[in-house]
Design a protein around this ligand. Structure first.
Ligand code: MOS
Length: 726
């Protein structure tokens, strides 16, 4: 199915099953511990051996020698794969960073060996006996120090005359913000079991993008893609950290080949942070020039970030071409090469830290102009995409999000003067931020089978990374085939199934369900051919088919299968297909100790059709939790001497826990975007992390009168400035 024109009315509009608050169909399996995660698949291959990963002890340089004799002689050891003996293999599709191999060291905790033994304990003990000598080289690890010479990354986007308009503006804001590197910190570490049978390879792993990763493995190993099967039915969190094949998979594959047995490898928790990818830090300068009434005339967002050579930075300007009107514009990205671990996608890459700057700059502008921050945003609402006026918005309801949010949150109770509201020892503040995140269209395929008796089975390599894919896919098939959701079986994550869009960039829900819809339409057509009716004008309802004045039972069709794929046509490029939110927050700051407590959060989201309000809400509140982390806690601490993230475990890398999280409300406008997808749905998973952190920062300012522009907003940065009463 080529989606090459806006969706007209279709069977999904009936919304008998789609859009209903179905609880997760995989929920019982998960809460009872029966959903098998990659490392727990004890039954998929007999005689599994255990791998233990050895990580490099330097950040940059080379391995001079590696002595593995003692380790090889240790009890239970079956073999050792070492980097120097292995040709370097790049990660493959979409990523040329080395996954394993060679003597060069380019990041701390880079995998340099995998020790394989009969038991995990034996592998771990033997790994301590590997003796590696390095030759260290000097590296660059400091973004601030490298910022001045950072080259442009891509062309700046300009329109009008920013410098002239900014200089002439009666109201100006010129602020610089910094955000630190962040770690995905998912619960399930990267893990893989690999088994060879003849020349064929099976990999049971934890991965967001089955099709990409299978292609990567084929490229790495010089194999025919048909000889590789990758299976990832359950993923214990990814957040972008499992978009690509990692060292766990490469090592399991190489080790299994070496020892002639299936091998399982989980990256040990202390290795995850430096060995895998992270969200890079940024330094962002924002300049806003406005008329006295608050209308923006000049807007500039410049961002400095870093990565390994040949890769892009954390592109924090991503939302700025979309959000606010203003004729004179400058958006520029600079990226310097640092020798830190590879930076790559983490939930809403670019926009998530970008909002922490832009949406605080808007708060600063509102104060400078002297108008309400909600009104300032509404005043600067554009008609077409400001950074590309040729583009129309497919469907944009940001103003509604802000107005409805303000109303529901009780925004009018906010004090316009900072540090003016107190409850005993607590300073109370409220903040708002807008949110924007794109909603891309990615091709997605599925197979749907009608089984004898009327059961419907859906198969696609789509993943469920905790997002609810199983459930919304079942709802889509149930709606289209006219059966109850209980009559649908969903199988995901296996590369033997048709290739889906996968889970990334908040495109998963809208695109994968569109692919399932396309496959169901194909199946309906086949059923029509078999039973002799025109499927396009027939109704599939309650296990029955009504075609003109004829009636069939769905089960009359016997057993039939169909495949379908949605692909997205050119017409969509004429639009900016975005999702929007109004985020609100109330916090309390202890005037004596400086303790900051988030008290209430609300996000009003405009993301097209909501396929399931339970799973969608769960996505947004999870993202709001991550936003609390971004604003107040999370920071990869760089050791600038040795080039590593020091806090590389879940004790040192602080993320919010239950006790940190207050009442959270999510409201969906439940609009329909017929340009976005046949489902008229868009993404929500990343929208929820675009803005709430800025709302927290703005609430903090409103509570205390202190602007902390260096994230996270921690005690050391404001304690001495608190307006503590005498
Ligand atoms: Mo996402 S950060 O593309 O999983």
């Amino acid at each position: 199915m080529k989606f090459d024109a806006p969706a007209g009315s279709n069977v999904i509009d009936e919304a008998k099953v789609v859009g209903k608050p179905n609880t997760r169909i995989d929920g019982p399996l998960k809460v009872s511990g029966k959903a098998p995660y990659a490392y727990e698949r004890h039954d998929v291959a007999a005689n599994q051996a255990y791998g233990w990963v050895v990580g490099a002890g330097i950040a940059k340089g080379r391995i001079v020698s590696m002595d593995i004799d003692d380790a090889l002689a240790a009890p239970g050891v079956l073999g050792i794969v070492t980097a120097p003996e292995t040709e370097p293999v790049a990660k493959g599709v979409g990523n040329n960073v080395s996954a394993f191999g060679g003597s060069e060291i380019s990041r701390y905790h880079q995998a340099i060996a995998c020790v394989v033994a009969e038991t995990l304990e034996q592998a771990r003990a033997a790994a301590q006996l590997v003796r590696t000598r390095y030759e260290s080289a000097d590296g660059r690890y400091d973004l601030e120090a490298s910022r001045e010479n950072a080259p442009l990354s891509g062309d700046p986007q300009t329109s009008g005359d920013f410098d002239g308009a900014f200089a002439a503006a009666p109201v100006q804001v010129d602020s610089t913000y910094s955000t630190p590197g962040e770690s995905h910190a998912m619960m399930e570490p990267h893990a893989t079991i690999a088994a060879w049978e003849g020349g064929k390879l099976t990999v049971w792993t934890s991965n967001q993008m089955v099709n990409w990763s299978r292609q990567s493995l084929a490229k790495m190993l010089g194999m025919d893609i048909a000889d590789i099967r990758l299976d990832s039915p359950y993923v214990g969190g990814g957040f972008g950290g499992k978009l690509f094949i990692g060292a766990d998979a490469v090592l399991a594959v190489l080790a299994a080949r070496k020892v002639g047995r299936p091998v399982k490898v989980a990256l040990q928790r202390p290795l995850v942070t430096n060995n895998t990818t992270h969200r890079q830090g940024t330094i962002q300068r924002i300049r806003l020039g406005a008329q006295a009434d608050g209308r923006i005339t000049a807007i500039a967002h410049e961002n400095w970030s870093y990565n390994v050579a040949g890769a892009t930075g954390e592109e924090a300007t991503a939302q700025t071409p979309q959000l606010y009107a203003g004729a004179n514009r400058l958006v520029a990205e600079y990226c310097t090469v640092l020798d830190l671990p590879e930076g790559n996608a983490m939930r809403a890459p670019g926009e998530a830290p970008g909002h922490l700057a832009l949406e605080v700059a808007m708060d600063e502008l509102a104060e400078a102009v002297g108008i309400d921050p909600v009104e300032l945003r509404i005043l600067n609402e554009p008609d077409t995409m400001p950074g590309d006026p040729e583009k129309k918005f497919s469907d944009r309801n940001l103003v509604r999000c802000l107005r409805e949010g303000a109303e529901r949150f009780g925004w009018s109770a906010r004090s316009t003067t900072p540090a003016a509201r107190r409850e005993g020892r607590w300073l109370i503040g409220m903040g708002v931020a807008a949110g924007y995140r794109g909603s891309p269209g990615m091709a997605s395929a599925a197979r749907v089978r009608l089984e004898t008796g009327g059961r419907v089975v859906v198969e696609t390599d789509m993943t469920d990374i905790g997002t609810g894919s199983y459930t919304i896919i079942a709802q889509t098939a149930a709606e289209t085939m006219g059966v109850p959701i209980e009559a649908v079986t969903v199988r995901l994550g296996d590369s033997n199934f048709p290739a889906s869009a996968g889970s990334g960039g908040q495109w998963g829900a809208a695109c994968s369900t569109s692919g399932v819809y396309a496959a169901c339409v194909e199946l309906r057509r086949k059923i029509g051919e078999k039973l002799g009716f025109d499927a396009d004008s027939a109704d599939f309802v309650d296990g029955q088919i009504r075609a003109g004045n004829r009636r069939f039972d769905l089960a009359d069709a016997g057993s039939l299968a169909a495949e379908g794929e949605v692909s997205f046509g050119e017409f969509r490029n004429g639009y900016d297909v975005g999702t929007y939110a109004g985020h609100f927050c109330e916090i309390a700051v202890d005037a004596y100790t400086g303790e900051t407590r988030v008290r209430r959060m609300l996000s009003v989201c405009d993301a097209g059709r909501i396929l399931n309000p339970i799973t969608a809400r769960s996505q947004v509140i999870g993202a709001m939790v991550m936003s609390v982390g971004m604003a107040l806690m999370e920071e990869l601490a760089v050791d600038k001497r040795f080039g590593l993230f020091v806090n590389h475990d879940l004790a040192g890398y602080e993320v919010p826990v239950h006790a940190d999280i207050p009442q959270q409300d999510v409201v969906f406008l439940d609009t329909l975007d017929n340009v976005a997808s046949p489902m008229k749905a868009k993404g929500v998973g990343e929208l929820g992390i675009c803005g709430p952190g800025a709302a927290i920062a703005n609430a903090f300012y409103n509570a205390t009168g202190i602007r902390v522009r260096e994230y996270p907003i921690t005690l050391d940065k404001y304690l001495t400035d608190l307006p503590t009463p005498a």
